[in-house]
Design a protein around this ligand. Structure first.
Ligand code: DGY
Length: 323
């Protein structure tokens, strides 16, 4: 019996790739950069399965190019806003994602960005490297305290909870949260309080975004939202860049409407090099490294491979995002 044909759109850790290579007739795009649209459309032709990254837009055009035998799209990410889920579902194509294994790694980066922005770490390191450090400065490099402050979590799912746990457990913060679903565990264990968006904006010292990117969250953080935040507030986003209106964030940081920001995601990625967010002293930008640890990336690769193989075999996926 011939092996199923699959396309893997980038090299992923061997923990998953080896399984795919053992069971499938697989083409792996080994270029470190995302394939062009034309390459993706050409290479997906005739595939039964597709293992994609968040950098690939998987829509009706890609599904048409693949052909009617396409059974499964396995995304190497927990987020799946790059995939037209409704279209895949309509065609009976299963879509998988990789939740759980990157929760702590991503919450660690959210917290790292919070400390970096609060204590002006990147700005201070740049200062030392630029030979500006002449003496110990009683009035220099003064940042924000973290202890006993209020953290506002947007989206109290797995990663939001892990971030709130760090803030509550390590720094005794009060936890507010906003989102579609109530999280009773967070309320019980962390004393978290579900509030409306306006209250979260007004009462939080720090806001950390962990929600999905969709039509209702696109540009949720815009000029109006930044204006309603405290002038001392710090804004953290490790979810998806599109949740923020970047020109409004730039203005808020420049005007002092908020104190600082820490971003692991931008829209687009990478940002243009002249995007002011990369250069403002009160903004720390990392290149989407939330899940970049050995165990997270290996775990993601394993789940993505298992989802792909299960979908090819007509079995339930380990993590399926079709409604
Ligand atoms: C995801 O999985 O959605 C992250 O953004 C990248 O690991």
């Amino acid at each position: 019996m011939p092996k199923p044909r699959v396309l893997v759109t980038r090299e992923i850790p061997a923990a998953g790739l080896d399984k795919v290579l053992a069971h499938c007739d697989a083409e792996v795009i080994r270029d470190p950069l995302p394939p062009s649209r034309a390459t993706l459309l050409e290479k997906v032709r005739g595939c039964d399965g597709l293992l994609s990254l968040l950098t690939e837009r998987i829509d009706a055009e890609v599904m048409d190019a693949a052909g009617p035998q396409l059974k499964v799209v396995s995304n190497f990410a927990v987020g799946f806003n790059n995939i037209d889920i409704a279209e895949a579902t309509r065609r009976g194509i299963k879509v998988g994602n990789t939740p759980g294994v990157l929760t702590d790694a991503t919450a660690d980066i959210a917290f790292a960005l919070l400390i970096a922005a609060a204590r002006r770490i990147v700005e201070s390191v740049d200062y030392a490297r630029a030979k500006k450090w002449k003496t110990w400065e009683p009035l220099g490099h003064i940042g924000a305290d973290l202890q006993n402050k209020t953290i506002g979590i947007v989206g109290m799912g797995r990663i939001g909870y892990a971030m709130a746990k760090r803030c509550r457990g390590g720094w005794d913060m009060n936890v507010l949260y906003y989102g579609r679903s109530r999280n009773e565990e967070a309320e019980r264990n962390l004393g978290a309080r579900l509030v409306d968006f306006e209250t979260l904006l007004a009462e939080s010292d720090f806001i950390s975004v962990h929600t999905v990117m969709n039509d209702s969250t696109k540009h949720l953080f815009n000029a109006d939202a930044f204006r309603k935040m405290k002038r001392s507030a710090i804004f953290i986003n490790t979810a998806r860049g599109g949740i923020v209106d970047e020109s409004d964030l730039t203005a808020a940081l420049r005007n002092g409407d908020i104190f600082a920001a820490g971003l692991d995601v931008t829209d687009p990625e990478p940002p243009a090099f002249d995007n002011p967010l990369l250069h403002l002293p009160n903004c720390v930008v990392a290149p989407h490294i939330g899940s970049a640890t050995v165990s997270s990336r290996n775990g993601m690769a394993e789940i993505a491979a298992d989802n792909l193989l299960a979908g090819l075999a007509g079995q339930p996926l380990r993590h399926c995002v079709n409604p």
